[in-house]
Design a protein around this ligand. Structure first.
Ligand SMILES: Cc1ncc(COP(=O)(O)O)c(C=O)c1O
Length: 492
């Protein structure tokens, strides 16, 4: 088979062409039985492809036909031994990775700034997280990855760990020395699982960080939908055989996956893989060039700073993805969220994310100079409007609280007897729920951690400026759910 083929997409087109009379779900039957306004908007072709796992169309849970062939082509394109398609996003692929290596009581080494799906899988599996603290960038107020030294130390103390999970690259596009981390973990016979949600494209260009499979990792959960051109919610799970059993991975992925898998999502993975494999280098090159030019233009604007390769050189900033534009706005006396709103209201621009100090814009092959020039113009206008605040010259202080102490495993905390207490009186108690800002979805608290005043203040600061703090049952955050018991001593 060649990378120019699309067995799944082509198989669906052939099936649709036969125009069979459908006595199966979905009940809208090619759109005939659904709301007319929606049907007209979304179009006949999309509705004709909204199919289900009937005989000719294979089955994601036990692929033997067109899905199997599409997955094999994806494995070849990504340098994996096996690739599994996920219609449960990268979250589903991440949960599968964690649950394929760690069961009740097993240790798994993870950075503390993991996406919530990692912690959810740790709660489901009953594994014990061994946290490795990420490197903190005090200038930008963001966390980077973990260092090989920190992984080595964690493995020295916990050689019985069942896996090491690495975020590579981070949401902000920063990569650690993954190859070295893999070498260290493998010297202990421990597999490396990579959260590659923000790195589907990096495999296809030498100027981008090494991909998980290139670095020799054992599994990677890779968001094709984020930066690889497939539809939202479609992702892949790449597997290298050896320390991992692909059969177990397939079984666990299947346990976590709907039985009604969307063929729109699956077909979009097939065509995205073809484009990446056959044109990925050229597309990445275009995005890199456009991003570099935009970065340079932004850096010519007073009081704004767009992060570039000068960030490299620390142990956790080994490489970076230049297509991510991290724009620090703190000098203007504004929060990232203020700028997000300002850009929306004044220029109809939507950014990828904002936090207290930065906005993040992503440049992909879908962008042209038309869009980036509007962004640069908007940022010039912003800097001009708020220059008076910057000229005051007060150096803004970056607030980034310490990581709380873990007093119970996340699973024990999740299933303990709990009570609700006022937010203001919760310091010193053990939290029973997640609290995070989304995006990026990285927890401020995970179940089992001891609440501190410093972290409560950080939550308040995020709420005050309007950032979306999520997770607790009480979404007004007047109260938090805590464990009835008081903490005695830290878990480790
Ligand atoms: C670092 C990281 N990992 C995993 C995910 C989950 O990906 P998905 O939204 O495809 O489930 C995200 C989503 O933003 C993420 O930022």
């Amino acid at each position: 088979m060649s990378q120019y083929e699309t067995p799944l997409f082509t198989g669906l087109l052939e099936h649709i062409k036969k125009n069979p009379i459908q006595f199966h779900i979905p009940g809208h039957k090619k759109g005939a039985g659904m709301d007319a306004q929606f049907r007209e908007f979304i179009g006949e072709n999309a509705l004709a492809m909204d199919l289900i796992n009937i005989g000719p169309l294979d089955d994601l849970h036990q692929p033997k036909g067109i899905i199997k062939r599409a997955q094999e082509l994806a494995a070849e394109a990504f340098g994996a031994d096996y690739t599994f398609f996920s219609v449960q996003g990268t979250s589903g692929a991440i949960m599968t990775m964690v649950m394929s290596v760690a069961g009740p009581g097993d240790k798994i080494i993870v950075p503390r700034n993991v996406h919530k799906s990692v912690m959810s899988a740790i709660v489901f599996s009953g594994a014990t997280p061994i946290f490795v603290h990420p490197e903190i960038d005090k200038e930008l107020g963001i966390s980077h990855g973990i260092t090989p030294e920190a992984v080595e130390e964690a493995l020295r103390q916990h050689p019985d760990a069942k896996g090491v999970l690495v975020i590579n690259p981070t949401y902000f596009g920063i990569a650690g020395d993954l190859k070295r981390i893999v070498e260290i973990a493998h010297s202990y016979g421990v597999p490396v699982l990579v959260d590659e949600a923000h790195g589907v494209h990096i495999h296809f260009h030498e100027d981008l960080p090494l991909s998980a499979m290139q670095a020799g990792a054992d599994m990677s959960a890779t968001s094709v939908h984020k930066l690889g051109g497939s539809m939202t919610q479609s992702s892949i799970l790449n597997v290298r055989e050896g320390l991992i059993s692909p059969k177990r991975v397939q079984a666990i992925l299947s346990m976590l996956t709907t039985t009604s898998t969307s063929y729109l999502l699956l077909a979009s993975l097939d065509v995205a893989r073809k484009r990446l494999a056959t044109e990925g280098h050229e597309l990445a090159e275009k995005a890199i060039r456009l991003a570099e030019k935009t970065r340079q233009q932004i850096n010519e604007i007073d009081h704004l700073y767009c992060v570039g390769k000068e960030i490299l050189g620390t142990k956790a900033t080994f490489d970076y993805d230049p297509t991510k534009l991290i724009i620090s706005v703190k000098e203007l006396g504004l929060t990232g969220y203020d700028v997000e709103k300002w850009l929306r209201e004044n220029y109809n621009i939507e950014v990828e994310l904002s936090d207290l100090y930065n906005i993040l814009c992503i440049i992909t092959p879908g962008d042209t100079e038309r869009e980036t020039s509007i962004l640069v113009k908007a940022l010039r206008d912003l800097a001009e409007q708020f220059r008076h605040q910057a000229d005051v010259g007060v150096k803004p202080k970056v607030l980034l609280p310490d990581i709380p102490v873990l007093a119970l495993t996340p699973r024990d905390a999740f299933y303990s007897e709990t009570e609700v207490v006022p937010f203001e009186q919760s310091a010193g108690r053990i939290i029973a729920e997640f609290v995070m800002v989304y995006p990026p979805g990285i927890p401020i608290f995970i179940p089992g951690e001891v609440i501190t005043e410093e972290n409560l203040n950080y939550i308040k600061k995020n709420l005050e400026v309007g950032l979306p703090v999520q997770g607790p049952e009480d979404d007004t955050l007047q109260t938090l759910r805590v464990i009835k018991e008081y903490p005695t001593k830290p878990l480790r």
